[in-house]
Design a protein around this ligand. Sequence first.
Ligand code: G3H
Ligand code: ZN
Length: 294
Amino acid sequence: MPDIRHTLTIAKEEGWAVGAFNAANISTLKAIFRAAQKLEAPVIIESSVGETEFFGHRAFREVIDSYRDLYDVQAFINLDHAVALESINEAIRVGYELVHFDGGELPYEDNVKLAKKVVKKAHQKELLVEGEIDHITGSSKLHKSKAAQVQAEGNYTEAARAAEFVKATNVDTLAVFIGNVHGIYADSPELDLERLQEISKTVDSFLSLHGGSGIRDADIKKAIKNGISKINVNSELRLAFFNTLKDTLKTTDELAAYKFMTPVIDEVQKVVEKKIKVFGSAGKAKSKWLRRSI
Ligand code: G3H
Ligand code: ZN
């Protein structure tokens, strides 16, 4: 069975990143699976606590298991930005491969204490835990403002403090804040790549980049070069979904959802394919390193 720790290790070594795409409905799931199948890319499929409650933890697991076999895709599940232990425990119970314990808005000591607790439980089932100390600002939607306004609301990740957190908690992945913000803005956010380089040299864990929507492709590539192995994308998928559905419904009298959703799936798939190509993960699922059983 492919293993996400192994996949991220290879990604880090080879200099590419695994795309982590948010989905909370069948059409987005299909778009991700089709893109991953076509480009032979390993993918993480994730949902926030709200998205997961809408879908159901177990239902999400079971549908993804079923699609994983149907499409023959290396797909792993992540519970994204969860602070509530009930949701995390349920994700662990039903067998997600990753959980993101987001204690970024908690006092540091509480964050450490709870992250340790989550790691202890998750590691018993060989799940990977992602931690966060610096709240990643913004929300996954279209914003009229410039990115700088939202960036200014956050505290940029400091390498020594990040290293201390990873050491104290033993989290497997750290979500860094280097100017990356959730959502799409009037301009692209500027990333502090020097800071990332420093974090990457100092911190002993995988590094994830949240807010993967709206960042220039060239900057994404530089971030990967400087140690990012997992990139989260939500808003660009949501926007393609919303705009295509709105346009389709204006021009059709079709009542069957599975028919009028076809162009929606196609457009979301295009976004996922574009991201996979930028992340360098295309073709990696067929690599002998990822296929080997471990
Ligand atoms: O955790 C999810 C991501 O960080 C999504 O960010 O909506 O800017 O793509 P995004
Ligand atoms: Zn995020």
